[in-house]
Design a protein around this ligand. Structure first.
Ligand code: SPV
Ligand code: MG
Length: 290
């Protein structure tokens, strides 16, 4: 089975697929080594790693290059966050094969206006495109894929925009009708109630994808027990872990006036050399360097 089929089969069988956010090949590799089923090529993390807002600031080529680099370094399926699809349905038709060629196994495209604003911020601009417009974009993505196992996930932002469950359900069904393989339904409520209401009301036309960042009390066992969720995405835990760890170490080095105190708590230099793929390079050396 290739990695597109791994994700496709998980969705078909209804086994919960876990995807951890990453913003570069190293974080993707660490997520894979930790045992996550797949990698979430997070736009939020990618933006944060460039220290710019998650608001359609970075270019298509920046997204694409990073997804390609991540997919090249891990075996697990990479689910690329393509935000609003970089334009209208015509843009999507051109963009999708490029992500497929970059080696990712799925894309998530959201029904917001381009340029978008980030979902979890209070008082952000959350403007949605009309249902028919986004149906066209989903249909364009599905028509543009070359491998039928490549997964197209449509993301409903109606709850994020405060439009309520009826509108969220209407949009989700319309996107499945347009060909979406799965529906990512996002909520920024601090409790799982809004999402659980949606899941209960969903008739199950396609598997759901959840991102429980705002309601972390909902655990994998609870999500699996719902019976309608195919993928759980941990949306920003790589960048938050990295920021927390760097802040702590940097502050301690400043406070202590040197690096002796932090040395023992850090991964060793040899650990990093191994993560760089040193073993594979030494093998090449042995075989080919004359
Ligand atoms: C991302 O990680 O880029 C996402 C999830 O789209 S969220 O930031 O919660 O919108
Ligand atoms: Mg995103």
């Amino acid at each position: 089975m290739n990695r597109h089929q791994v994700l496709r089969q998980a969705l078909r069988e209804g086994r919960l697929f876990t995807a951890m956010a990453a913003h570069n090949p190293l974080s993707a590799l660490l997520a894979e080594q930790a045992g996550f089923d797949g990698i979430w090529g997070s736009g939020f993390e990618l933006s944060a790693s460039h220290a710019v807002p998650d608001a359609s600031i970075l270019s298509l080529s920046t997204h694409l290059d990073m997804m390609r680099a991540m997919a090249a370094r891990v075996r697990a399926p990479v689910i690329a966050d393509i935000d609003t699809g970089f334009g209208n349905a015509v843009n999507v038709a051109y963009v999708l094969p490029q992500f497929e060629a970059a080696g990712v196994s799925a894309v998530v495209m959201e029904d917001k206006h381009f340029p978008k604003d980030t979902s979890l911020r209070e008082r952000a601009r959350q403007e949605l495109v009309p249902i028919e417009t986004f149906q066209g974009k989903v249909a364009a993505a599905v028509a543009a894929r070359r491998d039928p196992d490549f997964v197209v996930i449509a993301r409903v932002e109606a709850l994020i925009a405060g439009l309520g469950q009826a509108e969220a359900l209407r949009r989700a069904s319309a996107y499945v009708e347009a060909g979406a393989d799965a529906i990512l339904i996002h909520s920024k409520q601090k409790t799982p109630d809004e999402i659980l209401d949606f899941v209960r009301a969903w008739r199950g036309e396609a598997p759901l994808v959840l991102v429980p960042t705002a309601y972390p009390q909902l655990r994998e066992a609870d999500i699996a027990a719902l019976g309608k969720v195919g993928v759980v995405i941990y949306g920003n835990h790589a960048i938050r872990a990295a920021v927390g760890a760097m802040r702590e170490v940097f502050a301690r080095i400043r406070a202590e006036g040197g690096i002796a105190g932090v040395d023992a708590q850090l991964p060793t230099v040899n650990d990093i050399i191994a993560l760089q793929g040193d073993a594979a390079m030494r093998e090449l050396e042995q075989r080919f360097l004359r």
